[in-house]
Structures are given as structure tokens and as C-alpha cells.
Ligand binder design. Sequence first.
Ligand code: HEM
Length: 511
Amino acid sequence: MAAVVAISSSCSLPLHSLHQQKHLTFRPITLSLPEKTVTQLTKLPIRKIPGDYGLPLIGPLKDRFDYFYNQGKNEFFKSRIQKYKSTIFRTNMPPGPFISNNPNVIVLLDGKSFPTLFDVSKVEKKDLFTGTFMPSTELTGGYRVLSYLDPSEPNHSKLKQLLFILLSSRRDHIIPKFHETYTELFETLDTEIAEKGKADLNSGNDQASFNFLAKSLYGVNPVETKLGKEAPTLIGKWVLFNLHPVLTLGLPKVLDDLILHTFRLPPGLVKKDYQKLYDFFYENSGMILNEAEKLGISRDEACHNLLFATCFNSFGGMKIIFPNMMKSIAKAGSDLHTRLRNEIRTAVNSAGNGGWKITMEKMEKMPLMKSVVYEALRIDPPIASQYGRAKHDLTIESHDAAFEVKKGEMLYGYQPFATKDPRIFTRPEEFVPDRFVGEEGEKLLKHVLWSNGPETENPTVENKQCAGKDFVVLVSRLLVTEFFLRYDTLDVDVGTSPLGAKITITSLKRA
Ligand code: HEM
């Protein structure tokens, strides 16, 4: 029951008091020391942050074209690390003109400096969930929803608490509803493969993810409501209106840039779609809306937050994680598939423990499967970008030098570079299935950062770590476990999509 226990323990008192203690011990000291004294605390040489922002308008546009089209994200960061001989430097991040007023950031690209972004005593996390611009609140019912709130704002703790209540009150439904909806997905894939020799994982996964979230968290099958099978399409459009300034659709570059990165798409165009989703959530979340009122949140504000947490945070995350995970596992080859299915089937079939039923206890006895899930999250962090604004003057250390950052400057981390830091992980670019197995392997978990925090820490109402951290690890484990109970092996073709990998399954062998 480890993961479920952890879901409820996220809101338990001991964790909060520990967190507060950390603030009490360190924060006043940092704030009260003059800058010079702070910098003397580091043993590393102090270096001026390299890089510049270029000429107004031209600098940000050049960086935007390099990032999306001329170089692509990886090369954009890699070439600048080489140019500046530093994993910390200044650059502009998209979108820039005319959507964001100030695209200037300081980039952190190693596993040592990156965690600065999680420390809410050092960075403010207000209105920067999507980066240097914030989508119109017209897209979220007029509210600044939880993801955009800094923990210092009173609503942050109430709304996060509400999500902890939702997750822990529905914990017994997660395993059975996952089995139900993903068995339906597998049946669809089998039929498609039999008919066409290949199957599209993404569209089936989208439908399965939403049905699973609705059934497990709200106790309703959307297909039996007015919403039918429409949710993935409605959400897809709405997410595009939220995120278009930082996405590319692969159109010819001038057109792609003009449509997506220059002006805001009018929120009014998705108003009707959003309303349909809102009605669905309002009608099916009575119990949790009652809880919201007890916490002092109006039913309307709570409902917009539930919609966002379910459709943007959860559905959006599962849309990226699951195809990425199946890609990494498929590409790792048949040896890994054999080891996984042996481990999984042995643990699930263990005597006297509910027959072929999957339980938390049984999944705890699958060290390879657990490591594979963490390794997939390490190698492809699903949400690659994190931002934070310096709350006061700071000194940030990379492995090689220390850098002084001024209060108010925007920090940005591109996570794949932190979780593939060669000074932390051996063979960092390689998918190593056993990487996190055993005592030594588990020590590395503190460098797995997908949840906006180390894997060894937990979300609380005082931090900005993903409220669904345990839920996400649980469903990822369920996906791998369910898959290898049913199938022996798979092969895939990998393409790209605006959010994550596009996976076509080209062969699927039943157990
Ligand atoms: C499925 C994969 C998921 C991924 C990859 C993911 C990732 C993240 C990340 C990176 C952040 C921090 C963003 C930032 O501040 O820069 C975050 C925050 C958040 N996530 Fe998740 N998440 C996922 C699922 C979920 C689920 C299932 C929930 C459901 C409750 C959820 C709720 C939240 C909330 C509410 C926040 C804001 C936390 C706060 O304001 O303190 N996420 N998530």
C-alpha cells in the first residue's frame, strides 16, 4: 500500500512541521546576510553569468527561431553550454514578442543548480507555470488556478488540500478502474493490429486516460453522459489555446511562428468546448465541491480547479508519459521484455494473494518494473520546463562555479539536462532498466525530478511539488504491469507530436 499511504500522508502533520522547520532554520539566515558574505560561503570560483539577451526584439526573435526551428531544443541548449563553457547562462525563452513582456531568463542546465527551482524560500512561483507568459484567465473561468499560485497565497494551500482530499478519498478505485479502462484499450489495439497490422497508441491512450480519470476520481463513465467520447478533442483544443506560445505544430516555420508565437489566440473560440467540460465536472463532483465549501472555496472556483487538475495536469501528463514510457520499453528490446514479464507474472501470481489481481503489495515486489518506470521518467521528463523568480539576491552553484543572481530575475530549467547530467548519472543518455534497483540505485532517486521536486520528497501545501506525484507513479506502474500480464513483447515506430512521442505499435505478441 506504499503509494496509497503516501497519497494520504502528503497532507499529514509531521511532513508539514518538518517543512516549516526547514524554513525556520535556514531562511532568515540567508535573508539577513549581506550579499558578499553569502558569496563567501561557496568554495567555488564566482563567475559572472555568461550570455546576453541581444538587441531588443531581434535578440528574443533570434533565440525563438533557434529554439523552435533552426536548432531545436536540445541543440539550442547544448550549443550554448559549449559556447559559454557553462551550464548556467543568460538567454531568451519563447514566446517573447509580442506575447510575453520579458523573455529574459537565466538557464540552469545541470543537476546541481536545477533544484534551486524547487526551493520556495528562494524562488517565487506566481503566474509562471507556463513560463514567461501566462494564459488568459478567461480560459479558466476567470480564476488564477492552483498551478499559477505561489505557496504564499492563501488559496494555494486550500486548493492543494482539496486535491489531496480528492485523491485520498478515491484511492480504492484507482487499481480496479485502471484495469477496466486499459483492458478496453488493449482490446482496441488487438483489433486494430489484426485488421491493419499496426495500431495508433496515442488516440486510444487519450480516450482510455480520460475515461480512467473520470471513473476513478469522479465515479462516472463519461461515455454514458452527454460528454460521450468528446473529452480528448475538447481538452486538446483548450490546451492548445493555453500553450500555443510554447508549442510548435510542425507547419512551415514562418507560418507556424506567426500563428502560434506572435499573438494570443482569442479564448472566446474555445468557450463552448470549455463549458461542456465544466458542466461535466460540476454535475459529477458534488461530494468534493461540498468539501471545497468547508475549506472556504466557492463551488465555482473549486470546479474550475478540478477541471484544470484533471484535464490539464492529469490528462495532459498521461498523454505524454504513457507513450514515452512504451517507447522506451519497446526500444529497450526483447531481453528486457522477458525479464519484466517474468518478474511481473511471478509477483502477481504469488500464492494466496488475490490470484491474478494486481495489488500495491505485489507491485512493491517488482524491483525491475519500478526501476523501469523511474528510468523512463528520468530519461524523458514529461514536463521539461520549470520556472521560478528569484525572491532575493542569490548565489547559485553549478558543478564548476558559483553565480550571483539578482532579486526579481527569472530562472529557468530545462529538465532533461539536469536528469541526464553526466556528473550525476553514468551512461546518462542510455535507458538503463536496472538503474534504480537496490540500495545504491535507490540513492539516485533524489535526482529524478519529473514532479517538480526530488522523487524522495513529497508534495505538501507549502511547496510546489506535483500534487499527483504518488498517483502518477502508481498509474505508470499499473500500465507496465497490466501490459506485461497480457503481452509478451511489442515493437513500435516513433514519431513526434506537439506533446510527447507519437507511437505506432507495429507488433504486439499476446501472452
Ligand atoms: C500525469 C503526469 C503528471 C506530470 C508529468 C505532472 C507534472 C507536474 C509538474 C512538473 C508540476 C510543477 C509545475 C511547475 O510549477 O513548474 C506539477 C504541478 C502540479 N500538478 Fe502535476 N503532473 C502530473 C499529474 C498530475 C496529477 C494526476 C495531478 C492531480 C491532482 C496533478 C496536479 C498538479 C498540481 C495541482 C500542481 C501544482 C502544485 C502546486 O501548486 O503546489 N498533476 N505537476
